[in-house]
Every structure is written in structure tokens, then in C-alpha cells.
Design a protein around this ligand. Structure first.
Ligand SMILES: NC(=O)c1ccc[n+]([C@@H]2O[C@H](COP(=O)([O-])OP(=O)(O)OC[C@H]3O[C@@H](n4cnc5c(N)ncnc54)[C@H](OP(=O)(O)O)[C@@H]3O)[C@@H](O)[C@H]2O)c1
Length: 307
């Protein structure tokens, strides 16, 4: 039994060196032939055998010619696009860069894929909404507050406008332990608390944070089911950043007085942020059997990676 390597579908995962991509690659390498596309970082150093089974390609996806060459060489039947910039303040000060990364890459991939049979999965964000109400359903009309949200929405529009067989997965506030990629909500809190440092976090910024491993498993199921349209996949708890950092302190036995609540406005950030962001995940709960883990469940699993 078991299928030969040649009968496996070929999947191209962009942004494979990112926070989500690093977790996504290993969940696919057993059942698919995976090309992991990176740019400035790579996965070579990974000790994870499931990651090393992927074929790694370096490509500047903002360069249309490089993308054409990449697709000609690899000929994937599925693309999961995790390449983007998530630097919300950086996007505000450099909208051109934001557009190139969050929308231009989508255009390049879809133009290069023209005439190929392709299933395209685009990762998007709750930051396409204004944050007035929170827990947005898939059919809510977007109204982004900042350049990051606007360019991510433009990326979604390119996917829809192309008519390609596609799924848009919206998620929010990804977290993971520090060695799994860039600094994030969990790693920045945990690292400061470990050194006895104060963590000042916004108590008025809400979303449903999602553990990247849990998201990767959910994406794999969504791809296996060949879902189309838009689906929200995020954590089950709707909480503030302050609640999140306090939960980290409680779970890992750090004094909770180290976590201080502030207002987002006190952080004097370049970009506005949707205060009540977050996603309604009822469709995901009805459609996927992969369960969205609570913070306690995810933290318990992360614990084993911290030692
Ligand atoms: N992080 C969050 O909290 C969050 C929340 C909601 C939605 N999302 C969405 O989830 C997706 C993944 O986010 P993430 O947090 O994993 O992002 P990330 O850690 O910032 O990773 C971004 C990835 O994009 C790649 N990339 C950047 N410029 C590139 C270029 N010119 N050519 C090719 N690749 C390029 C990077 O490659 P190198 O590192 O090799 O340069 C990296 O692998 C994004 O679509 C994001 O909008 C994220």
C-alpha cells in the first residue's frame, strides 16, 4: 500500500521561511511533493526531518521573471501563498513596498500560472476590517484602516478577480515559540517574562490569537477538502493582547504583575490598528474536523518545545 512519490500532488508553499510557512511545510511533506519558496532566509538549518524533505527554492517573488521561471521549473498544481510583509508600521511608512509584497506577489504568481490548472490558497488577515465591531464573518464588507490591511485586501481582490480556483484563508495574530520564526505575541511576552522584565501590552486591542501549528493543520485539512471561497480560521478565544500576555504569565508561572495594561494609543505606533478585530470562526467549526485549540491547550504543547 502507500502511494509512490510520483503520484503525489505537487504543492508550492511561498513564505516557507516565515512564522506560518515553517509550520506549514512539515505538515504537507508526507502526502505531497513540496517546494518551499524562501527569499532572504532559508530552512536548510532545520533539524526537522519533515521540513528537510521539501525541495527549497530561493526566489524574489516581487520579480515577475523569477516567478515565471519558478513556476516553469516546478509546475505545481497547488500554491499556498504565505509570502507577505506583516510589518504593519513598516507598511504605513512604505506603501509601495507593502503593495509589492502583499499584492504584487499575488499578481506575479497568478500571471505566471496563467493557463495552468491550479488551486490557489491565499493567506489573509482580519486587518482588512476596521475593528469597530470585531469577530467579522466571511461575508462582512472589508474596510481597512491601514496600508497593511488595504494591500492585503488588494491581494484578495486579485485572487477573486483572476477567476482561479481559489481559497482565501483569513486568520489573526499568529503566535508561536521564538525559535519557530520571527518575534510574535507569544515569544516576545515569554522572553521578557523569563528575564523578569515588564511586558506592557494593549488592553484595548482584541482578536482571536491563533497558534501557527494549529493553523497549519487546519490549512492542510482545508486544502485536502479543496474548499473554495473565503474561510476564517483563528483561535476560539476572543481576547485582548493584555489578556493574552497575562495568560502566558499564568500558564508558565511568571508573576502576573509583570504584565501591565496600557492603551494602544500609548504605544505611538505609525499605523492605526483595528481595535476590535478578530474573526467569526463558525464556518471553520462547521467545516473542519481539526479543532481550534484553546490557549491552555496550545501553551501546553508549546511547553514541550521550550525545554
Ligand atoms: N503574523 C500574523 O500575526 C498574521 C496575522 C494574520 C494574517 N497573517 C498572514 O499570514 C501570512 C504569513 O504571515 P507570517 O507571519 O508567517 O509572515 P512572516 O513571518 O513575516 O513571513 C513572510 C514570508 O514572506 C517571505 N517574503 C518576503 N518578501 C519576499 C519576496 N520578495 N520574495 C519571496 N518571499 C518573500 C519571507 O521570506 P524570507 O524570510 O526568506 O525573506 C517570509 O518567508 C501572511 O499572508 C500574513 O499576512 C499573519
Amino acid at each position: 500500500m502507500g502511494s509512490s512519490t510520483n503520484s503525489k500532488k505537487h504543492i508550492l508553499i511561498t513564505g516557507a521561511s516565515g512564522l506560518l510557512g515553517r509550520r506549514l511545510v512539515p505538515v504537507f511533506t508526507n502526502d505531497y511533493n513540496v517546494t518551499a519558496v524562501v527569499f532572504q532566509n532559508d530552512l536548510q538549518e532545520s533539524a526537522d526531518e519533515d521540513i528537510r524533505r521539501a525541495r527549497e527554492k530561493k526566489c524574489d517573488l516581487t520579480d515577475a521573471r523569477q516567478v515565471e521561471q519558478l513556476l516553469a521549473e516546478t509546475d505545481p498544481s497547488i500554491i499556498i501563498n504565505c509570502a507577505a510583509t506583516t510589518d504593519v508600521d513598516g507598511c504605513e511608512s512604505d506603501p509601495e513596498m507593502a503593495y509589492k509584497l502583499n499584492c504584487g506577489i499575488v499578481e506575479n504568481l497568478l500571471n505566471a500560472a496563467d493557463n495552468r490548472e491550479l488551486y490557489f490558497v491565499q493567506i489573509s488577515t482580519d486587518y482588512i476590517f476596521s475593528g469597530g465591531e470585531g469577530q467579522y464573518a466571511e461575508d462582512t464588507t472589508p474596510n481597512p484602516l491601514n496600508v497593511y490591511g488595504r494591500t492585503k485586501l488588494q491581494g484578495e481582490e486579485v485572487v477573486v478577480g483572476s477567476g482561479v480556483d481559489a481559497l482565501i484563508i483569513r486568520t489573526c495574530a499568529l503566535y508561536d515559540c521564538g525559535h519557530a520564526g520571527k518575534t510574535n505575541l507569544f515569544s516576545s511576552t515569554y522572553d521578557r517574562l523569563k528575564h523578569g522584565e515588564i511586558v506592557r501590552v494593549a488592553s484595548d486591542l482584541y482578536c482571536n490569537p491563533m497558534w501557527t501549528v494549529n493553523l497549519a493543520d487546519s490549512i492542510k485539512e482545508a486544502v485536502s477538502l479543496h474548499l473554495n471561497g473565503v474561510i476564517n480560521i483563528a483561535g476560539p478565544e476572543y481576547i485582548s493582547r493584555y489578556d493574552f500576555s497575562s495568560a502566558v504569565a499564568r500558564h508558565f508561572g511568571f508573576p502576573d504583575y509583570l504584565v501591565e495594561a496600557i492603551k494602544l494609543s500609548e504605544l505611538a505606533r505609525a499605523a492605526n490598528r483595528p481595535l476590535k478585530a478578530g474573526l467569526d470562526i463558525s464556518l471553520a467549526l462547521r467545516t473542519l474536523s481539526t479543532r481550534q485549540l484553546t490557549l491552555t491547550e496550545a501553551f501546553t504543547r508549546i511547553e514541550s518545545e521550550l525545554v
